[in-house]
Each structure stands twice: as structure tokens, then as C-alpha cells.
Design a protein around this ligand. Structure first.
Ligand code: NAP
Length: 439
């Protein structure tokens, strides 16, 4: 009998963990348990629709799922269809990889007004994530405030700024495209509470903002330092930030007169209140100065009119049954990835929402190496026990072959030039699967 491992969540953290188990443990059998019928987490629901090449990593993940030692069990929700306690009884080891999909809050007055959204919700909406399909943002607005200057902020701002032509080869949700492209948006503000030298976006992403067809990107040139101070920075960080500075020197707004939209990247500005009645009418910002790397409010405020606010200030994981949780960091408590004997965590539920897709690889490898070192001889029932339990509960499991059929249908439904037209809800996917099987 081989050792049995359950990986809960099929995003990058989970999939790199599966790869490592396959590489390092010949006798291991792995069940990948995923809440949605569709696999790969943020690759499908988070990565921007106009960043299709980034999504190519899902081909490698799919290859991993094709390994005969791996089973994909989509449409199975831990906490609903099976509990963590049951998984810990069934498998020799369980790896939590369920991500950090909850938006952090600003904690300022007015944040609960209509048309204020966190980035997970907003990105999920335009990316066809079933949890956010009913978000219903009102885009009949002239101004948008995006809070934060990380890559997610750049994604949100860019998707709102691009023309239908620029989005034609993407898998942007059809309902989102209709609303975004009819919107009278003129000004998109991206606010950084610290300065250009501290901005979290990376250079490739920033440079894209200088190449938009009908949107001019502007930075107040007086905010740009003469050079980046390298103190306390590693070489890579210094290089990225120096390149960012160079890129932003080009964002002078010289093309603003000829373009319909303007994107203003505004630094040293921290939100203090969302303004308006029931719905957003503006955002009040406080000017800041930097002390020891921190943004300190100066007491001087200014108001920016806008009808939509998107907060892109990071995200947190969710606490689940019996798992120790660090509320402040928004991650599970662990030691080098070990939550308790037999239970491990990888990806954003372990580290928090940081890093690129590739960051997960070595991180997951380290946790799996620790797990394999600590794993005893097999003495749990594994896959067959889960199958019995799910069958008794009448859970409809979406296997890899089912997912591949759904994927083919999405590709076949794609408008010309687009990679796919995504199904949105699990029910739609299952109905399409049934129809295809009956045909
Ligand atoms: P992030 O990189 O941590 O950026 C968060 C931004 O929010 C920062 O500018 C931060 O400012 C700001 N912020 C946090 N709390 C704030 C507050 N209370 N008030 C005002 N501003 C606040 O997070 P992210 O953009 O969500 O991205 C998460 C990870 O995914 C990152 O590692 C990112 O690179 C990665 N990602 C990569 C790509 C890509 O490679 N194309 C795309 C999307 C995401 P401070 O710095 O001052 O805290």
C-alpha cells in the first residue's frame, strides 16, 4: 500500500506541492481536492484576462494531474462535502493550499458604501469567478479610484483602461466587457500611500501602462526622486525599483490630449474616507511623508471625485475548523509549513498574498520535503475511503477527464481570436458536461 496525500486546493501552491510529491515519493498517491469544478485557482480566476501567456503554466499543471498517481476531484468542497477532520483520518498527510481569497479592509469611514469593492471581488467579477458573478459594479462613472500600487492594482486599472480591441484576444467575462466598454470612465486614479521608490508593482507590469491604446498614464514628475536609495535593498529589488523610476519618467502625460482616458499614478496619498451618500461620490486622501519607510499622514487632505473605489491592498486566508490561525497576518499558523503532525500548508494560506506564481515552486517543494521526511509508513485508508464518503453524500465529483471536456467546450465557445468563453457557475459547467455526454 502506498502513502496517501490529499492536497486541498489546486492553485499554484498546491500544484507545485503535487509535482514535488510525484518527484520525491515513488509510492505516494495524491488526491487533489478542489471546491470548483475548474482547477488551478488564481491562474483561472486571478491572473488578468489579458495576460494569457501567464496562464500557460496551467498546461504544466494539467500534465501533473495526468500522472496516474494523481486524481483530480473537482467540485468537492472541504468544510461542506468533506471535513478536514475526515481528511486527516483518511490520508497519511494533508496539505492545505486553499489560498487567501479574502480582501483586506482599509478600515476607513465610508468603506461600506455602494460601489466600493476589494480587488479579489472585482477581479473575480471580470474573470468569471462564480463567487463574484453577481457583484454588479456600477461603471456608469467618470472617475475610478484604485487604492494601492501593487500588481493587482495595475491589473484592475489596466483592464478598465483598455479598449475593446485591446481586450479582443482575452477571456474577459462577456458581461464585464459589455459594462467596461460602455463605461464613460475618463480618469483612473491609482493611489500609493508611500512614494515611487516604495511602489510594489514590478517593471514589466508598469511598462504596460505606457502602451495603452486610448489611455495616457501620468505621474507627477515632482514626486520622482533623482535615484533609488539602495540601502536595505537586495540587488533585484534595487534593479526593479530603478527601472520603475525610469519608466515613470516617461509618464509625463504628453499624449493626454489625444487619448480618451487618463490614468494618474499618485503617490504620497493615503485614503482617509470614502465620500458620498449611499454610493460613492469621491475619496478623501491625506498627503503623506515617509519616515523610516512608513507613510505618515501630514494632516493635509484633498478630495478626488470618483464613482467607483477598488481597494487593492492585499488579501487574507480564511480560518477553518480546528486549524490554528494568525488573525493579524491572515494565514494559518505553521512552522516551516507544518501546521501539526500530518497537516501542512503551502502557497498563500501559508505565506500570505505575496510573490509571483513561480515563488510558490520552491516554497511548496520545501514544505513537501519536510512532510516526506516526517511521514510515517502508510496506515490510512486513502482514496477508497474518500470515494465511499463522497458517494454516500451524493457529491458529484468532476474528474480530470470531465474538466478537459469542459475546457474543450469553453474553447469551442470562444469568440473569434479569444482563447475561451468561460462557463461561470458550477451548475453551468455540469449542465454542459451532461449535454456533451448525452450528444
Ligand atoms: P501588494 O503587492 O502587496 O501591493 C499592495 C499595495 O497596497 C501596496 O501598494 C501597499 O502599500 C498598499 N496598501 C496596503 N495597505 C494599504 C492601506 N491600508 N492603505 C493604502 N494602501 C495600502 O499586493 P497585490 O497587488 O495584491 O499583489 C499580491 C501579490 O501578487 C504580489 O506579490 C504581486 O506581485 C502578485 N501579483 C503579480 C502579478 C504579475 O506578476 N503580473 C499580478 C498580480 C499579482 P505599502 O507598500 O505602503 O504597504
Amino acid at each position: 500500500m502506498g502513502r496517501s496525500v490529499a492536497v486541498v486546493g489546486s492553485g499554484p501552491g498546491g500544484m507545485y506541492a503535487v509535482q514535488r510529491v510525484l518527484d520525491e515519493c515513488g509510492d505516494c498517491r495524491i488526491d487533489v481536492i478542489e471546491r470548483l469544478p475548474s482547477p488551478f485557482g488564481l491562474i483561472r480566476g486571478g491572473v488578468a484576462p489579458d495576460h494569457q501567456t501567464t496562464k500557460n503554466v496551467s498546461r504544466a499543471f494539467e500534465k501533473t494531474l495526468r500522472d496516474p498517481r494523481v486524481r483530480y476531484l473537482g467540485n468537492v468542497a472541504m468544510g461542506h462535502d468533506v471535513s478536514l477532520a475526515e481528511l486527516e483520518i483518511i490520508y497519511d498527510a494533508v496539505i492545505l493550499a486553499y489560498g487567501a481569497p479574502w480582501d483586506r479592509k482599509l478600515g476607513i469611514p465610508g468603506e461600506d458604501k455602494k460601489n466600493v469593492f476589494g480587488s479579489n471581488a472585482f477581479v473575480g467579477w471580470y474573470n468569471c469567478h462564480p463567487d463574484f458573478k453577481d457583484l454588479d459594479p456600477d461603471l456608469d462613472v467618470a472617475g475610478v479610484a484604485v487604492v494601492g500600487v501593487g500588481n493587482v492594482a495595475v491589473d484592475c486599472a489596466r483592464v478598465l483602461a483598455k479598449t475593446p480591441k485591446e481586450m479582443a484576444t482575452t477571456d474577459l467575462a462577456t458581461y464585464a466587457a459589455a459594462r467596461i466598454h460602455a463605461a464613460p470612465i475618463k480618469d483612473i486614479w491609482m493611489f500609493g500611500r508611500r512614494g515611487p521608490a516604495e511602489a510594489a508593482f514590478t517593471n514589466v507590469e508598469l511598462r504596460e501602462l505606457g502602451k495603452l491604446e486610448d489611455c495616457a498614464t501620468l505621474v507627477d514628475q515632482a514626486h520622482l526622486p533623482a535615484a533609488i536609495d539602495s540601502v536595505g535593498m537586495d540587488d533585484k529589488d534595487f534593479r526593479v525599483r530603478s527601472k520603475n523610476l525610469e519608466t515613470m519618467r516617461g509618464f509625463t502625460g504628453a499624449d493626454a490630449g489625444s487619448k480618451k482616458k487618463r490614468m494618474h499614478i499618485a503617490f504620497f496619498a493615503s485614503p482617509v474616507a470614502v465620500l458620498g451618500g449611499e454610493r460613492v461620490e469621491g475619496i478623501r486622501m491625506e498627503k503623506t511623508r515617509i519616515e523610516k519607510g512608513r507613510a505618515i499622514g501630514t494632516g493635509e487632505t484633498f478630495d478626488v471625485p470618483c464613482g467607483l473605489v477598488i481597494t487593492c491592498i492585499g488579501s487574507r486566508a480564511e480560518a477553518i475548523e480546528s486549524v490554528p490561525f494568525d488573525e493579524k497576518a491572515g494565514i494559518v499558523r505553521h512552522e516551516q509549513g507544518r501546521v501539526r503532525p500530518g497537516l501542512y500548508a503551502v502557497g498563500w494560506v501559508k505565506r500570505g498574498a505575496t510573490g509571483t506564481i513561480g515563488t510558490n515552486r520552491l516554497d511548496s517543494y520545501d514544505v513537501v520535503d519536510l512532510m516526506l521526511k516526517e511521514m510515517a509508513a502508510p496506515d490510512k485508508p486513502g482514496a477508497a475511503a474518500l470515494d465511499r464518503l463522497l458517494a454516500a453524500r451524493k457529491v458529484r465529483v468532476v474528474g480530470l477527464a470531465d474538466w478537459q471536456k469542459i475546457q474543450k467546450l469553453e474553447e469551442a465557445n470562444a469568440p473569434k481570436g479569444a482563447p475561451r468563453r468561460k462557463f461561470i457557475t458550477p451548475a453551468e459547467m455540469l449542465a454542459a458536461l451532461d449535454k456533451a455526454s448525452a450528444a
